[in-house]
Design a protein. Structure first.
Lengths: 529, 309
């Protein structure tokens, strides 16, 4: 049976309560009659022969590109860059798709006698990955072959000796990227396109860039005018990356892009209820839900996190395309939309959504309040094409415990951002002008970023900017079940029950509002008409 | 998309309903894909045709059902001579007045058919519960037949069994008579006979309605009759609809034969004046009057021909 497309449910009196993620737990909320619930499409059927598909893609590139084997020669400098652990979410069950692709690339390189091969994790300003995380992405064979020879590297956006300035775009944007990658005879980029924001020129222009380059698109003005950054053609973030990508190409950097798409088979059988519509839950699903809710509810947050972060997703490959960046990305986006797009008619007054325990920036770590903000207002709010799901001046209700918890090893600058910057203001523009520079150039944060496993000092600012478009658009944000003090620091309101949240929302938008619930997981993108 | 604000509090203040501790309701706005049930027409009766089960069934039919029926509703069997040389397998097509028809006929068809015969039973009635399906298929050799619509699975099962040498007892009216008069035969039986290339033996059963009719609350023991007709074969160029009509007419004639005598029934058949089992077109008090009149005839009449062999 072919997978069912996305679906919009009109809530009636017989509709069972809707599932909400609530951090490391779940909530079941009875939604008012007449509400809409947007359910994602079912997972697409995977490619029957993933290895064969990868081999075919490498030898049959799209766009203006030759087959990979013909681009390889013995004395060349070959750099293979790959997406970091922020994708996919949760991490894949091994083998990770990047491992499968890179192993085939290395086989071809070995056959051609290429000795000078370097692997680069395209971190941008993300944290360096640990050995086990790298082993997870690349597999033991690659890790053991390349790491001990110093040929497995992680991009360092503060290593002046390994950055190269390629020029300015016609809009005056600096393009400064990893020198090894830029000066190689061939740069192969291997990506995982979990959502439509990923991939394309953003892979190299962002993933291998320096702060000097990133600040041209990771800023409030660009973010406010990216409507949404999940829709490339209406995203200034992407326009900037595309300008930079074209400049990189003009500068002579030869890129062979390999993009992969996965289906939304996100959770293993034990969490199968997360993948199903509530009224289709069978006894096993209900038992699983009750057991998981009870167990996670009884365990302390650190243990719940440990349990949940140990989940490995049974994602399956739905597409792999290689060749010239833009031609590849057009096909990739088609594949992503085929999996995630749901057509929705009309905006809503109130948009509700549950936020999970994981986002791109807290893999194996804590979802701190700034990441809660970013996940809700930055990512989930922007999962639209056309126009936002919620109307201008509408209310967003997020479900998450939003505790004041931080991981000092991974998010050191987030703590200061929360305690000092947000205590002063929550206005993105003011934050940008008053505080960004100090955090971005702070030597301690830079040291932690380069030598430890910390995000760059400026990263919490970017998180705040990701939500700038939503902040500009929304009338109010309510965090259901959120810690009141912490939520207040974010500039939002906290409600302990959905009933309270709806009453609070009505004080902003008046009586009889319309309500839409974005049901996740798995991921979906609303095509709002 | 909109909701009434005054209902919000009421809806949301209610504690979370039984779900997930009980099965969820199905939203009224979502069409439901019918679940593939293992009951009804989908019930797998193959187990009931295995040798051990057949042996138990034979013991039950000959050792329990037959003596019990002879005691409670003693049947007089007519026309066995007419089917003495009829091919095996065959389809027995009888009128249907009572639940007693099934055990009565199953235990009194000739022995050469009896222990390799299945009975077509309403899938919705006899196979709607696991225990009922097991009981009827086990003890009576019933197979599920969809009554309200054409069902490929039902007809394919019946056809394959006939081709495999099993005879079939079927009540083409599709259900018991509600008022003692017969009902029109469904045409599927003729199609089935054609597909399986087997004859149809018409049967008329009398007396079971009075013993335990559809709306009877109590069982009234009393005599019954079974009248077997000549086997009917589909003509070379005969349309199945004509054949279906011929089957029904044969049962009508067997009925009339019991009411009158063989000669009278044959004469009526020759001029197409056989009264139909379905009774008069106009229903009313006269229904019951006419039906009970036939009972009076049976009591008053002398012994009939042909006699039981």
């Amino acid at each position: 049976m072919s997978p069912r497309p996305g679906f919009i449910l009109d809530v009636d009196k017989s509709t069972p309560p809707a599932l909400f993620w609530h951090g490391e737990g779940f909530r079941l909320e009875k939604l008012p009659m007449g509400s809409r619930v947007i359910y994602p499409p079912e997972a697409l059927d995977p490619l029957k022969d993933p290895l064969g598909a990868i081999a075919h893609a490498l030898e049959n590139p799209v766009g203006d590109s030759s087959p990979l084997s013909s681009l390889l020669f013995a004395d060349m400098r070959l750099t293979i860059a790959f997406d970091d652990l922020s994708l996919p979410l949760p991490s894949m069950q091994p083998p990770d798709i990047r491992q499968l692709v890179i192993e085939q690339i290395l086989d071809l390189a070995a056959a051609k006698g290429v000795d000078d091969v370097v692997l680069v994790a395209a971190l941008a300003l993300h944290r360096r990955m640990t050995e086990s995380e790298l082993r997870h992405i690349l597999g033991d064979r690659i890790y053991d072959s390349f790491n001990k020879m110093g040929r497995l590297t992680q991009h360092d956006a503060e290593d002046r000796s390994n950055l190269i300035h390629l020029g300015l775009t016609d809009k005056g944007e600096d393009v400064e990227i990893n020198k090894r990658a830029a000066t190689s005879d061939l740069l192969v980029y291997v990506n995982v396109n979990l959502v439509s924001m990923d991939g394309g020129h953003k892979s190299v222009a962002t993933g291998l860039a320096s702060y000097k380059s990133l600040r041209h698109h990771h800023n409030v003005k660009t973010m406010v005018h990216s409507k949404s950054f999940m829709d490339r053609h209406n995203s200034q973030l992407h326009s900037s990356n595309w300008r930079m990508g074209r400049l990189i190409k003009e500068a002579g950097v030869k890129i062979f892009q390999v993009e992969t798409t996965l289906n939304t088979n996100t959770f293993p059988d034990s969490f199968g209820f997360l993948q199903k519509r509530e009224w289709e839950w069978n006894l096993k699903d209900r038992t699983g839900f009750i057991a998981a809710s009870a167990a996670l509810g009884k365990t302390p947050p650190w243990l719940s996190r440990k349990i949940l972060h140990s989940i490995r997703s049974p994602y399956q490959l739905t597409g792999v395309t290689a060749g010239e960046v833009e031609a590849v990305h057009d096909i990739t986006i088609e594949n992503v939309f085929k999996q995630q797009l749901v057509e929705v008619h009309g905006q809503t007054d109130i948009l509700t959504m549950g936020l999970p325990y994981i986002g791109p920036y807290n893999v194996n770590s804590i979802m701190n309040p700034i990441l809660v903000y970013c996940l809700g207002l930055g990512y989930f709010f922007n999962m639209y094409k056309g126009m936002p799901l919620v109307r201008k001046g509408g209310v967003l209700i997020l479900s998450h415990p939003t505790r004041r918890e931080f991981d000092p090893t991974i998010h050191p600058s987030y703590i200061d951002f929360f305690d000092n910057v947000l205590a002063d203001t929550t206005d993105p523009l003011e934050i940008e002008s008053k505080y960004e520079s100090a955090f971005a150039t702070d030597p301690w944060y830079i040291h932690l970023y380069r030598t430890g496993h910390a995000y760059h000092g400026v990263h919490p600012f970017y998180m705040w900017y990701w939500g700038a478009h939503a902040l500009d658009h929304l009338g109010a944000v309510i965090i259901l079940g959120g810690d009141p003090k912490t939520v207040h620091r974010l500039g939002f309101m906290s409600a302990s029950t959905m009933s309270d949240a709806l009453e609070m929302a009505q004080s902003f938008i008046g009586p009889d509002p319309s309500l839409t619930h974005l049901h996740s997981p798995p991921l979906l993108m609303a095509d709002v008409k | 998309m909109e909701y009434k604000s005054d209902k919000i509090k009421k809806v949301l203040s209610a504690s979370v309903p039984g779900f997930p501790f009980k099965a969820p309701n199905w939203p009224a706005t979502v069409s439901r894909k019918p679940k593939q049930s293992k009951l009804g027409a989908n019930y797998d009766t193959e187990w009931s045709r295995t040798y051990p089960v057949r042996m138990v069934r034979a013991l039950f039919l000959d050792g329990i059902a037959r003596p019990l029926i002879k005691t409670l509703i003693p049947p007089t069997v007519f026309g066995e001579d007419r089917i003495k040389d009829a091919p095996v397998p065959a389809i027995f097509a009888a009128n249907h007045s009572s639940h007693l028809d099934t055990p009565l006929l199953a235990s009194h068809i000739p022995a050469r058919y009896r222990h390799k015969t299945v009975i077509g039973a309403g899938a919705d009635y006899f196979f709607d519960r696991t225990w009922k399906a097991a009981l009827w298929s086990g003890l009576a050799g019933a197979i599920p037949i969809e009554r309200s619509r054409v069902n490929r699975r039902s007809s394919e099962l019946a056809e394959s069994l006939l081709k495999d040498g099993w005879s079939l007892i079927i009540f083409p009216e599709g259900g018991r008579t509600p008022d003692g008069f017969g009902q029109s035969f469904k045409a599927g039986i003729a199609q089935l006979a054609k597909k399986a290339d087997v004859p149809v033996i018409p049967v008329y059963i009398k007396g079971t309605y009075d013993a335990l009719g559809k709306n009877s609350r109590t069982f009234k023991p009393g005599p019954t009759s079974i009248n077997f007709g000549l086997p009917l074969f589909l003509g070379a160029d005969e349309d199945v609809r004509i054949f279906a009509k011929r089957i029904q007419q044969s049962v009508d004639q067997l009925s009339y034969e019991l009411e009158t005598d063989w000669w009278t029934a044959r004469k009526a058949a020759a001029v197409e004046m056989t009264p139909e089992l379905t009774g008069p077109a106009v229903k009313g008090w006269r229904d019951e009057w006419l039906r009970t009149k036939s009972k009076a005839i049976r009591i008053a009449s002398a012994s009939r021909w042909p006699k039981k062999n």
